[in-house]
Design a protein around this ligand. Structure first.
Ligand SMILES: Cc1ncc(COP(=O)(O)O)c(C=O)c1O
Length: 442
C-alpha cells in the first residue's frame, strides 16, 4: 500500500485520531522516526508512550540467532499460560534474573498494562478475602476496596477504571466502584532541584485521609485489600513522591493487613536508570505491575502473598488468560534485557537524564517559560503556567519534528529512548529553546 493512503484507508474503518504520520518500520532508526508518507524525520521523545526502550532497528535486534527465535515464536501463537516452550523459559529466566528484584518469587504474565494492574488488584482481593476467612467462592466480597490516589492513571479496564482519575473522558459513563481516593502529595522542584513546596503539609493531608479510611468504625477500616500507587504518576502529571511518603504507605499496608501495590507500567523496566522506579526510593511493594517497555506485561509479587496458603500464584485458574503474554513479546523482551544489561544502558540513561534536566533548567532559568523541571533517567518533565502554553509548545515541537507528550493539567513530559545519544539530547534541548522563543515572539 502506498504510505500516503494509510491514514485515509484506516479512517474508512476506524477512528484515526493519532499522529498524522505513518511510521516507516524499515528506515526509522534509533531515536528517529521516519514518516513513510512524507519522508520527514522526527526526533522521538515519546517512545510510543514510554513503551520502546531501544528505539528503532537497534543493531542488536538484527542478531541472526535472535531473528531465528523471533521467527519461530511468531509462526504459531501458543497459549503460554498452559503450553510451555524453551523460548518462554529463556525469557522468564532473563526477566527474573535481571529485572525482578530479589525476594519476589511470583510472576504472572499478560498482554496490556491495564490488565497487569487489574491482576495485581485481583491478587490483592483474593489475598484479603482469605485473610478475612472468606474462602468459599460463594462468599460475598463486594465490600473489599483498593485505596488509590488523585491524578492516578492505571488503565481503562474493568477494575482499573475505578482507580484511574485523570481525565473524565477515560472513565466517565462506565460503572465503577466507589473506593477511597486519597490526595496525592506531589513534590515540586526549584531550578536547583530542591523541593520548593510545602510537601509535609501535603503529606499530612494524605495521612489524615488514610487515617480516616483505616479508623476503627469506618466501613473500610478492615476491608482494604491494597494501597495502589504509581511510584511516579505519569499520565497524571509526572508527579513525584518523597521516599518518606512511600515508606509511610508501606507502614499503613503492614499495620492494616493490606498489600502495597505499585503500578510501574510507565515508570518501570529500566526507564528510570534502575530496573524499577521504587528502587530509587528504597521502599519495596508487595506486588508491582509492569508493562510498556517490558513488552510482556504482568506482575511480580513477594513473600507476603504466602501469608495466605491458596493465593492466586499457587491456586490454578484464579488469574489467567489464554496466551498469558505473547511469545513474540517474550522473545523481544529477553533480547531487550540482554542489550540493556550488556550495553550498560542504566548508567547511560541516568547520565543522559541529568544532561537533559540540566539543559531544561538552563532554558527555564533564562526564559522563565516553564518551571518544576523534574525527572530521572528517561522520564523527564516540566510544568507551564497554563494548559494553553503547554499545549501550544507541544504542538509547535511536533510541527518542528520533535514528538513530546503532555501530561497532567499543564505539564510536558519526555519519554526518551534509553539509547539516545547526548548529541540527540542537545537537538531536543535546542528544539525546546527555539519553540520557547517562537512562543515569546508570537
Ligand atoms: C501507570 C500506567 N498504568 C497502566 C497503564 C495502562 O497500560 P495499557 O495502556 O498498556 O493498558 C498505563 C498506560 O499509559 C500507565 O501509564
Amino acid at each position: 500500500m502506498n504510505p500516503q493512503r494509510v491514514l485515509d484507508e484506516l479512517a474508512r474503518h476506524q477512528l484515526v485520531d493519532g499522529y498524522p504520520l505513518v511510521v516507516d518500520l524499515e528506515r526509522s532508526e534509533g531515536s528517529w522516526i521516519i514518516d513513510a508518507a512524507s519522508g520527514e524525520k522526527y526526533l522521538d521523545a515519546f517512545t510510543c508512550f514510554a513503551s520502546m526502550p531501544l528505539g528503532y532497528n537497534h543493531p542488536g535486534m538484527m542478531d541472526a540467532d535472535y531473528l531465528q527465535t523471533l521467527k519461530l515464536a511468531s509462526l504459531c501463537n501458543v497459549s503460554n499460560a498452559d503450553l510451555y516452550s524453551v523460548e518462554m523459559a529463556q525469557f522468564v529466566d532473563a526477566f527474573a534474573t535481571h529485572a525482578t528484584p530479589e525476594d519476589f518469587n511470583h510472576h504472572f504474565w499478560i498482554a496490556g498494562g491495564g490488565l497487569a494492574v487489574e491482576n495485581a488488584m485481583k491478587a490483592a482481593f483474593d489475598w484479603k478475602a482469605r485473610l478475612l476467612g472468606r474462602n468459599d467462592f460463594a462468599d460475598n466480597v463486594n465490600d473489599l476496596a483498593i485505596v488509590h490516589f488523585k491524578e492516578a492513571f492505571h488503565g481503562r479496564t474493568g477494575y482499573t477504571m475505578s482507580v484511574t482519575n485523570t481525565l473524565p473522558d477515560k472513565v466517565g459513563l462506565f460503572p465503577k466502584f466507589d473506593w477511597p481516593r486519597i490526595s496525592n502529595p506531589t513534590v515540586e522542584f526549584d531550578l536547583d532541584g530542591n523541593i520548593c513546596n510545602d510537601i509535609e503539609a501535603l503529606e499530612n493531608q494524605a495521612y489524615a485521609e488514610l487515617d480516616a479510611v483505616f479508623a476503627a468504625g469506618s466501613p473500610t477500616h478492615d476491608r482494604v485489600a491494597g494501597i495502589l500507587i504509581e511510584p511516579m504518576q505519569g499520565e497524571g502529571g509526572d508527579n513525584h513522591f518523597r521516599p518518606e511518603f512511600l515508606a509511610r504507605l508501606r507502614d499503613y499496608a503492614d499495620t492494616n493487613q493490606c498489600l502495597l501495590l505499585y503500578d510501574e507500567v510507565q515508570s518501570g523496566f529500566f526507564g528510570s536508570g534502575k530496573p524499577w522506579m521504587w528502587q530509587h526510593h528504597g521502599v519495596a511493594p508487595d506486588i508491582a505491575a509492569f508493562g510498556k517497555k517490558s513488552q510482556v506485561c504482568g506482575i511480580y509479587a513477594g513473600p507476603r502473598m504466602d501469608e495466605v496458603e491458596h493465593n492466586v500464584f499457587r491456586r490454578s485458574s484464579r488469574i489467567n488468560s489464554t496466551w498469558g503474554g505473547n511469545l513474540v513479546d517474550m522473545v523481544r523482551s529477553r533480547r531487550y534485557i540482554e542489550i540493556i544489561v550488556a550495553d550498560g544502558l542504566c548508567d547511560h540513561v541516568l547520565n543522559l537524564g541529568e544532561h537533559v534536566i540540566a539543559g531544561m533548567r538552563e532554558i527555564a532559568r533564562s526564559t522563565g517559560a516553564f518551571s518544576n523541571v523534574r525527572g530521572v533517567g528517561s522520564l523527564i518533565a516540566c510544568s507551564f503556567d497554563t494548559a494553553e502554553a503547554r499545549d501550544s509548545l507541544v504542538r509547535d515541537l511536533f510541527n518542528h519534528k520533535v514528538i513530546a507528550l503532555p501530561c497532567g493539567s499543564r505539564s510536558m513530559r519526555f519519554r526518551l529512548p534509553l539509547i539516545m545519544q547526548q548529541e540527540e539530547a542537545d537537538i531536543l534541548l535546542n528544539a525546546v529553546e527555539s519553540a520557547v522563543s517562537r512562543a515569546v515572539s508570537a
